[in-house]
Design a protein around this ligand. Sequence first.
Ligand code: ZN
Length: 442
Amino acid sequence: MRRILIQHGTLLSFGKPCRVLEGHEVLVEGDRIAAIAPAGRAPGPFAEVLDATGMVVMPGLINAHMHFYSTFARGFTPAAPSKDFTEVLRNLWWRLDKALTLEDARTSALVMALEAVRHGCTTLVDHHASPGAVEGSLDAVAGAVKEAGIRACLCYEVSDRDGKAVRDAGLAENARFVRRCRDERDPQLRALFGLHAAFTLSDESLDLAAGMARDLATGFHIHLAEAESDQAHSLTEHGERVVPRLRRHGILGPGTLAAHGVHLMAPEMAELAETGATVATNPQSNLNNAVGIADLVGLRRAGVPVALGTDAMTVDMLEEARVALWAQHRRQDDASAGWGVVTESLTVENPRLASRLWGFPLGTLEAGAAADLILVPYDPPTPMDEGNALGHLLFGISQARVDTTVCGGRVLMKGRNLCLNLDEAGLAERSRDLARQLWRRL
Ligand SMILES: [Zn+2]
């Protein structure tokens, strides 16, 4: 079995408490962490020794809500000005995703996956849409994930916005990919059943999806109460708010990941907590779309697990965590509110979510956990210990650039150079070419 030793670093365990260990080494065997031991205890030989002098060693970061397909929106200017969230969807995202080909889906994902490697993000929970090329789209995205060496949990976002045939293709794509993941047990790939959002799904579609997911014993990945318009639509069309409606149709449960949860009233948060579903908050996206700031303190008080995603605004999880904190201060009108829920979303809930999806420990530095690790240059200018490690993480470590990324015991980046045998310049050129073609089709 291939053995790697990581020595001379300061270890940050994540989890609660986030332990800080000096004078320890990480021994990796195959795709798992075999031991965290005092320096010099692990007997050689090693296939590779990583010197983490002057660096912190911590678990690979996890992104709980992502859209790989959004790559080609970067710099797309002809989108009409959008005054609210509905117009953002109509003017940009629903035009763009409809025009995506399978090659676009694969290339978008590869570009983002490599950015994730560079930012030390080794696991992403993605939500994919390409209504013009549904069948096989998750395989296309999965191909990119495989090539980049990271892990991703994929799903296809089913909706009624393009008619029954496309909806049915989306349902089938989810079912097919869930089965593929079950059959292959590839440690890089997992699946959820994807749904766009309550306001683009009829009762009939929700029931079809619930039946299929029940048979497959899988949870859902859905956008929930992102904008107030989701609630307004639900009340007008269905006579009830989003959480009770989705719950009644069997969409909410312990295996379900609900992105956003910005517009939830206290009774709805309590009901959501009863279902056991996890909310993935995406503060940068919410601020960008001017939909509001989720009440993370309220969600936590209600007992809803809060994970952290980026909604494809970035793959830099530390940047997202910082914005989550500033936004929560503003939301609660209290400059010290939200610290616990924000830091734990990144270091406790994201690892818990990923560990549940993958079926083995992810996102934590401990024996038996996945060997997903990053090395970040950081020589703390003030004392760092278990009591303040998360303060160093958000205010200091976040400002450094990740040096080394390891996923599943495979070194993907070292000394900031990708070790993937990939033509990066060629990929960027191909991506620009595909984007140009896509923009022309729009
Ligand atoms: Zn999203």
